[in-house]
Design a protein around this ligand. Sequence first.
Ligand code: GRG
Length: 297
Amino acid sequence: MTDIQSLLLSYSEEFNQKVGAFFVLPQGAEKRVMQAMAYSVLNGGKRLRPFLIHETAKLYGQSFQNTFSAAAALEMLHTYSLIHDDLPAMDNDDLRRGKPTCHKQFDEPTAILAGDGLLTLAFEVLAKANYAESVKIELIKLLAQGAGAFDGMVAGQMLDLAAEKGQGSAQPAELIRHIEEMKTGRLLRYAVQAGAIIGGASEKEREMLDVYAKNIGIAFQVADDILDVEGSVAEMGKTLHKDETQNKLTFVSCYGLKEAKNMAQNLVHTAQNALKDFGPKADVLSALADFVIHRRS
Ligand code: GRG
């Protein structure tokens, strides 16, 4: 295990220990939806987005405790997107994080509600968090934008569905980048923005961190497309080779495997370069950029 993998693992252990406390089961029949929410959040996951918030805020001396509410909120929102993405009407997947998807473990209506429940709980957690009011408002506003239907994750997912049907006027190379900046990139970018906001970064620092975040956001999806071709189900914990069978527009279908790998490496270099003014303090973020494209799951 590399240093960055063990740091991420020890962060995720601490995160997992705390995040369960949000899922208090109600007494009545409605408890099933909370069980499904807890099942999906607690069933593993790398906790990459929470770790990004934590490591960015750590540049400014912030602790695990200070970033936990934002980290938990983002992971809840990310998990909602995975639950809904796995539904029969979307990607129709049976396996997520090595376990049955939420709708397989429970049922489809419960999975839809579990996603809705996590999306709304994310904002409740932020609204109740112990941050200054101005920090909270910015965290809530940016999360809503990043997850939303204008130029956020939901917009990216809509464009992705349209691209599957051959719709969309842009060239494939432009289109795939545009889609992934929103679908996958926005939440990773939000993680870094949230860390910078909690840490009190200057405008200039926020811009540098945003260049880092945008580049790892795309690199993450390029790597995901490569893993769909080259990864193993045992490591990835989800069904693979779906992109090809579903005729999806991906970085691999667009550029080929070799060029996609070059592209991922270049994105990581650009991301790492954007951190240089932070010096050795940003070594973990820099190593994380490498991890994003060399991960096996
Ligand atoms: C409202 C129906 C509806 C949908 C919401 C589903 C959706 C919008 C967007 C899809 C977003 C999505 C699933 C993007 C893919 C991003 C991606 C590769 C996620 C996997 O992230 P990891 O590897 O997963 O960090 P873990 O399991 O480690 O958390």
